[in-house]
Ligand binder design. Structure first.
Ligand code: IPD
Ligand code: CA
Ligand code: CA
Length: 261
C-alpha cells in the first residue's frame, strides 16, 4: 500500500525544487526559447525543471515511471505508479513576463487515477495541493495551508466561467460563444488558473478543448478533493480524455449538455 501523505510530501519537495529554477529564469534576459516540432515554444526553464524532477523521482521512487511534457511518455504497466509532470504550464505567459504559469505535478496509480497533485505558481505566490481522501488546500506565499471548497452556484444563469481562448473548439465553437451570453460572467483567465479558481470557489466552471494528460493530472485531483467534478467534454471522468472541464459538480451536467447541444 502507498502512503499518499508521503507521496504528497515528495510532490511538495519537487515543487520547491521547480520553484527555485523557474523563479530564477522568469523574466531573465538570457532566457533561451526554442520552437518544438508542434510549433509551441519551450524554454530552458521548462527543460531544466523536468530533467531535475525526473532525477529526484528516480532517486526517491525508483519503481515509479514518469510521464513529462518535454521528455516523453514510457510504456505504462499494470503494476507501476507514474508521476505526470508539466514543468511549466503557461509557457507562453512565462516567456512574455505574465505571472500566470505553474509547475504541475501529479501521481497516478496503475489504473490511471490521479491520487496526488501539486500546482505551484510562485509568481502568483500560490500553491494548491491534494491527495485522495485528504481534501484540497491552498497555501499563499508559503503560509499555513487553507482548505478550499468549490462554490454552491446551481444555475447556469448565475455561473462564472473561465476558459483559455476560442481556439480549438471545432464544432462546439458556436455553442461555446452562445453559452457565454447565457451565464452571469466569463473570463479567459486560462491554463491551470481557471481550474484552481474553480477549486477555490471563485469561479464555477473552467473548460479547455485540447489538453494532454500533463495539463490536467494535478488539476483533476485538486478540483475533486475540493468537492468538484473533472471530466472531459464528453463527460468521461479523469485526466485522460484529451480535453477538460472542471466545475463545482452542481453545474457539470447542465454545462456539458449546453456545450454539446
Ligand atoms: C498549454 C496550457 C493551456 C492549453 C494548451 C496547453 P503549456 O500548456 O495547458 O491551458 O490551452 O493547450 O498547451 O504548453 O503552456 O504547458
Ligand atoms: Ca500545459
Ligand atoms: Ca508545459
Amino acid at each position: 500500500m502507498r502512503d499518499l501523505a508521503q507521496d504528497l510530501a515528495l510532490a511538495q519537495q519537487l515543487a520547491d525544487i521547480a520553484d527555485v529554477i523557474t523563479r530564477d529564469r522568469y523574466q531573465s534576459l538570457d532566457l533561451v526559447i526554442e520552437t518544438k516540432p508542434d510549433l509551441t515554444p519551450v524554454t530552458d526553464a521548462d527543460k531544466s525543471v523536468e530533467a531535475k524532477l525526473r532525477e529526484v523521482i528516480a532517486a526517491n521512487r525508483p519503481d515509479d515511471l514518469v510521464v513529462g511534457e518535454e521528455f516523453g511518455t514510457p510504456a505504462l504497466t499494470a503494476d507501476n505508479y507514474y508521476w505526470v509532470i508539466d514543468p511549466i504550464d503557461g509557457t507562453k505567459n512565462f516567456l512574455r513576463g505574465i505571472p500566470t504559469w505553474a509547475t504541475l505535478i501529479g501521481l497516478c496509480n496503475p489504473a490511471g487515477e490521479v491520487v496526488v497533485g501539486v500546482v505551484s505558481a510562485p509568481a502568483l505566490y500560490r500553491r494548491w495541493f491534494a491527495h485522495s481522501g485528504g481534501g484540497a488546500f491552498v497555501s499563499e506565499n508559503g503560509g499555513t495551508p487553507k482548505q478550499i471548497r468549490v462554490s454552491q452556484v446551481r444555475e447556469l444563469k448565475d455561473a462564472s466561467l473561465s476558459y483559455s481562448d476560442l481556439v480549438g473548439w471545432g464544432t462546439r465553437k458556436m455553442a461555446m460563444i452562445t453559452l457565454q451570453e447565457k451565464i452571469w460572467r466569463s473570463r479567459g483567465l486560462g491554463d491551470f488558473w481557471s481550474h484552481m479558481l474553480v477549486a477555490e470557489g471563485a469561479v464555477d466552471i473552467a473548460v479547455e478543448p485540447v489538453l494532454a494528460l500533463w495539463d490536467m493530472a494535478a488539476l483533476d485531483i485538486v478540483v475533486r478533493e475540493a468537492g468538484g467534478s473533472f471530466t472531459n467534454l464528453d463527460g468521461k471522468p479523469g485526466a485522460h480524455g484529451g480535453n477538460g472541464v472542471s466545475s463545482n459538480g452542481l453545474l457539470h451536467n447542465d454545462f456539458l449538455t449546453a456545450l454539446n447541444a
